[in-house]
Design a protein around this ligand. Structure first.
Ligand code: NAD
Length: 438
């Protein structure tokens, strides 16, 4: 597949970058490099700085042997990539997914670097992944994999070095095992090595819903910019996990009619709006999928993405919008809960059609903002109330949104380009000030 014509920078040329292709991991990495090249061109970065920012600082691949409950042994591949540390210690989630690979983890680490810089928190970017399907393993097996993976990446991590958090396929329980494994090796409790922990282990109030809350803050800000009120808008949410499930709830709480949601198995739809609280209750109480919810009619994954709604929130995996479906998307506002849901080709189509995309590195930054607050609380052995955390989250999201929106307006570029200009620019400035060793 060829690189999409780099036109959305209104009359400017993008640096030649290989277009994204398949499989998904290399497509994500190519998309991240494409976006960096675009920002480097707009910022006028020299080739040396561009090359530094395009290269992950460290990348560790490990083998993770697992003694299965039935006595057999299986070996998984794991990764931890630290992309850039110019602005502070590395920060990034851990993903357990059967299709994750080093390319995808590298792209996600790069996006984390820009995301932390966009919301102006003192972290560099990292990401971890283990190529496995946690649903295929027992809880004890997932625990053993987590502990062994943690012990293999011990030399890289720590509260001053690299701090993990939950992502796809991992949760607060996974973080508790990582914290325990690290602490046992250190000889004392080190809560600051992970964020997104259970509250009793030093987790922060407000962390569980932080990413979703940030997505909704970004969505409401974009609606305000478009002169629209939430009550007149409809939304569809792809993915009903930690981000999508709560984003649907908070959108609905804000007065937006959420007419469709999906999970990995299927999707459901109701024209006058789904009762999201009831859906979440039913999912928690019974072993059903969203398509089986009695308060809606089942629809396909593709139908959800092309529904006639105002707002579309992708909150599952990357590469969801590409040239095969971007021109069929009817929503006028896309708010990216997921990382990397829009390929550069789809981005171009959205820009040409006037579809506004609030990019992942801004829209889903609420999680890392509250992770930062959790880390600060851990370092001080102190805790803030949920209200205090919400207030700080809202404040940082609002500042970041308005900075990105004003760069977009002033330069006549998309919100994604503007977010990259802000994030990449801040990281390049820090790298320049620190200088090059030796
Ligand atoms: P999760 O594992 O909790 O949930 C993922 C959801 O997506 C599940 O409901 C799953 O069934 C669904 N899904 C998978 N494939 C799908 C498909 N083809 N169509 C529809 N739904 C599908 O993961 P999460 O933590 O909610 O993360 C979702 C996205 O948000 C990821 O891209 C992640 O990187 C990003 N993100 C997460 C956080 C966080 O704090 N958890 C922060 C920033 C970004």
């Amino acid at each position: 597949m060829n690189s999409p014509e780099p036109r959305h920078a209104k009359g400017s040329l993008l640096m030649q970058t290989q277009a994204p292709g398949s499989p998904a991991g290399s497509a994500a990495r190519e998309a991240a490099l494409f976006q960096l090249a675009d920002a480097a061109r707009i910022l006028g970065l020299d080739d040396g700085m561009h090359a530094v920012l395009a290269s992950p600082r460290r990348s560790l691949t490990v083998s993770v042997p697992l003694l299965r409950d039935d006595g057999t042994v299986e070996v998984f591949k794991g990764y931890r990539v630290q992309h850039n540390l110019a602005r502070g210690p590395a920060k990034g989630g851990l993903r357990f997914h059967p299709e994750t690979d080093v390319d995808e983890v590298t792209a996600l680490a790069m996006w984390m670097t820009w995301k932390c810089a966009v919301v102006n928190i003192p972290f560099g970017g990292a990401k971890g992944g283990v190529t496995l399907d946690p649903n295929r393993l027992s809880a004890r097996e997932v625990e053993r994999v987590t502990r062994r993976y943690t012990s293999e990446i011990l030399p890289l991590i720590g509260p001053e070095r690299d701090i993990a958090a939950p992502d796809v396929g991992t949760d607060n329980g996974t973080m508790a095992w990582i914290m325990d494994t690290y602490s046992v090796n250190a000889g004392y409790s080190v809560p600051g090595v992970v964020t997104g922990k259970p509250l009793t282990l030093g987790g922060s109030a407000g962390r569980a819903g932080a990413t979703a809350r940030g997505v909704v803050i970004a969505a409401l800000a974009a609606l305000r910019d478009a002169g629209r009120s939430p009550e007149e808008c409809t939304a569809a949410v792809q993915g009903f996990g930690k981000v999508g499930g709560l984003a649907a709830q908070y959108l609905s709480d804000a007065g937006i009619r959420v007419v469709a949601v999906s999970d990995a198995i299927g999707a459901c739809h109701h024209d006058s709006g789904l009762d999201i609280a009831a859906l979440r209750r039913d999912l928690a109480a019974e072993a059903i999928t969203v398509a089986e919810f009695e308060g809606g009619q089942p629809i396909t994954h593709d139908e959800l993405l092309t529904l006639d709604v105002d707002i579309l929130v992708p909150a599952a995996l990357s590469g969801v919008f590409d040239e095969s479906n971007a021109d069929r998307v009817k929503a006028s506002l896309i708010v990216e809960g997921a990382n990397g849901p829009t390929t550069p080709a789809a981005d171009q189509i959205f820009a040409d059609r006037g579809v506004v995309a609030v990019p992942d590195i801004l829209a889903n930054a609420g999680g890392v903002i509250v992770s930062y607050l959790e880390w600060v609380q851990n370092l001080q052995a102190f805790s803030w109330s949920e209200e205090e955390v919400h207030l700080r989250l809202r404040n940082l999201m609002d500042i970041a949104y308005s900075e990105v929106a004003s760069i977009s307006r002033e330069r006549g570029i998309t919100l994604r380009q503007a977010a990259h200009v802000l994030g990449v620019g801040r990281v390049a400035t820090a790298a320049r000030l620190r200088g090059m060793y030796p």
